[in-house]
Design a protein around this ligand. Structure first.
Ligand code: IMP
Ligand code: MG
Length: 191
């Protein structure tokens, strides 16, 4: 697994440190409001599973979790297809009057966050905020409104800490870049 990485971009220690900071920011913005209304975290499946597990433990608030599944990459593609599918949800019956924090692993074209925000806003929550661990330094990502961003990274395909390539590598503890020959190998098998 680790030997498939060309290099590590962000290691587990840096990730943990930054998540603690984001947690403090969220608590200072939402802490008081949450006492009465609570907060519903909505991690976008599947890429944000690792991030949400760590982030929620930095939030000493009245927190509930709802899941939503979206996908924009297909199989062995390393670029967003542009088309975002909402494939399922497991949300509280009503979000009306609640504070919602949408959480995703990475902001790329911005399609996923926009689509999920639209869906959540249609349920009349009291507020909607968004949080991503990574954001690519490209126009479409930088222009997508997002309240909390962990790291701005160059425009390259990354895996680990929940992020996948062809559904693999989510279990890597660090975030890194795959060796080009590994990507080529998966793509040639898929053809
Ligand atoms: P967007 O809709 O183009 O912003 O893409 C966001 C989704 O695409 C994320 O939720 C990720 O699942 C996936 N994604 C985008 N960039 C990467 C990457 O570099 N590695 C793995 N998955 C990615
Ligand atoms: Mg995703």
């Amino acid at each position: 697994m680790d030997q498939d990485l060309e290099r590590i971009l962000i290691d587990r220690t840096a990730i943990a440190g930054r998540i603690a900071e984001i947690g403090r920011d969220i608590v200072s913005d939402l802490g008081e409001d949450c006492e009465s209304d609570g907060i519903v975290l909505v991690p976008i499946m599947t890429g944000s599973i690792t991030f949400i597990a760590d982030l929620m433990r930095q939030l000493p608030l009245r927190v509930r979790i709802g899941l939503i599944t979206a996908s924009s990459y297909r199989g062995t593609a390393v670029e967003s297809s542009g088309e975002v599918l909402l494939e399922g949800e497991h949300l509280p019956e009503s979000l009306e009057g609640r504070h919602v924090l949408i959480v995703d692993d990475i902001l790329d074209s911005g399609g996923t966050i926009r689509r999920v925000r639209e869906e959540i806003e249609s349920r009349k929550p009291k507020s909607v905020r968004t949080c991503v661990l990574l954001r690519k330094k490209i126009e479409s990502a930088m222009e997508t409104p997002c309240d909390y961003v962990g790291f701005d990274i160059e425009n390259e395909f990354v895996v680990g800490y929940g992020l996948d390539f062809d559904d693999y590598y989510r279990n890597l503890p660090d975030i890194g870049v795959l060796k080009p020959e590994i990507i080529e190998m998966h793509q040639s098998i898929a053809e």
